[in-house]
Design a binder for this molecule. Structure first.
Ligand code: TXA
Ligand code: MG
Length: 347
């Protein structure tokens, strides 16, 4: 299968591109499109065969549910049996935008593979103008996970999608770099208090300002059955191992030196002002938490192109989007930290 990339200018009405995407989707195919968070790989959410194409293209385990993307607020009632008042408040405050609400699903509407084994459905209305245009021209909701191969970081550029899925999907709609850079906040609204299953750029603090107290799930409690089925899968693993390290220049310099003495080629990922000269590569990831989140996946993919044998990733405080940033770093590192004592053990 040939994979075509077609660019759409955000400000121009680019009818032909949208029409091609709509035709493929109506014929049961899949199309990659940009959202404000990351690129998605969409299929019509009521077409079971089309949805199965998504799992095939990604190599994704088929028991992990997909998020349904809608173009109009009232579409939520096509798939959700009930919208609790607190969910309505979040929709009013943050849609269109990067937050997914888990709601009880209506029986027998959605394609079974979208929500395998669960009585709920995750729904969001993206704010990216290209995603919204596509959904509105199509007139049907799209089931869409991130458009990466399973186990790769989510794509924030059209060429990331191309690198992962070339030959496996017919069309990528290119709308430039995505703004947020990490996936949407996922919040379970079927429980009281609601639980944030995946932190994102709509933060706990922002949500609590609208509906009061909510809980943040701990991904790290591995003994517990995962609430969000996606949590049990390994995500975002770069080729070289990632170790978290505290934000302290002296500690990082010593770590770099010690690792290099052992023959490692060390890439450091951290904020601009820390720039560690001694590292084989220093990846500036931005100054604010927003910037760091925006650039994280792009940088992890860049490091995969280098010869780095180990990646040191500098930790941030867990406030605001810092929580989401650290959540993704933990997944990438499988929660491993650098300890100088561990390293010096064998010396
Ligand atoms: O920003 C995003 O959310 C992107 C863009 C494309 O919209 N999509 C995305 O989809 O990240 P995906 O499939 O890569 O991640 C969806 C996450 C998974 O961890 C999945 O387990 C969880 O949401 N999820 C989906 N439906 C769920 C449900 N009914 N109950 C619990 N978790 C659910
Ligand atoms: Mg994903």
């Amino acid at each position: 299968m040939k994979t075509t990339i077609l660019s759409v200018d955000k400000t121009v009405d680019n009818n032909e591109v949208y029409q091609q995407a709509v035709d493929i989707l109506k014929n049961g195919g899949v199309v990659s499109f940009p959202t404000e968070t990351v690129y998605g790989l969409g299929a019509i959410a009521t077409n079971e065969q089309a949805v199965q194409e998504i799992f095939k293209a990604k190599g994704r385990p088929s028991d992990n549910p997909l998020i349904v993307h809608i173009g109009e607020t009232q579409d939520v009632l096509k798939f959700a049996s009930i919208v609790p008042p607190a969910a309505k408040k979040l929709m009013d405050a943050f849609w269109p935008g990067p937050i997914t609400l888990i709601l009880n699903k209506k029986p027998n509407v959605i394609a079974p593979s979208v929500t395998p084994g669960v009585e709920t459905v995750g729904i969001r209305m993206p704010s990216h103008p290209v995603a919204l245009q596509l959904l509105r021209k199509l007139g049907e909701p799209l089931a869409a996970p991130s458009a990466n191969r399973s186990g790769k970081p989510s794509p924030t550029e059209a060429f990331h999608v191309f690198n992962d899925l070339e030959g496996r999907i017919p069309l990528i709609v290119d709308g430039g770099s995505t703004e947020v850079g990490i996936e949407s906040t996922v919040i379970d609204m079927t429980v009281e208090p609601p639980i944030i299953l995946r932190p994102g750029s709509i933060t706990k603090e922002m949500i609590e300002n609208v509906i009061g107290s909510v809980q943040l799930t701990s991904n790290e409690s591995k003994s517990e059955a995962p609430r969000s089925p996606g949590m049990k899968y390994i995500h975002y693993a770069p080729n070289a191992p990632v170790l978290l390290i505290e934000r302290d220049r002296n500690t990082i310099q010593k770590a770099v030196q010690s690792l290099q003495e052992k023959g490692e080629k060390v890439a450091v990922v951290g904020p601009d002002e820390l720039h560690i000269q001694e590292a084989d590569w220093y990846y500036n990831i931005g100054a604010s938490y927003e910037n760091m989140a925006t650039h994280l996946y792009k940088v992890l993919r860049e490091i995969d192109q280098s010869d780095a044998t180990i990646i040191l990733a500098v930790e941030t405080d867990e406030v605001g989007i810092g929580t989401a940033y650290m959540n993704r770093l933990r997944k990438a590192s499988d929660d491993k930290r650098y300890f100088s004592s561990t390293i010096s053990e064998n010396e």
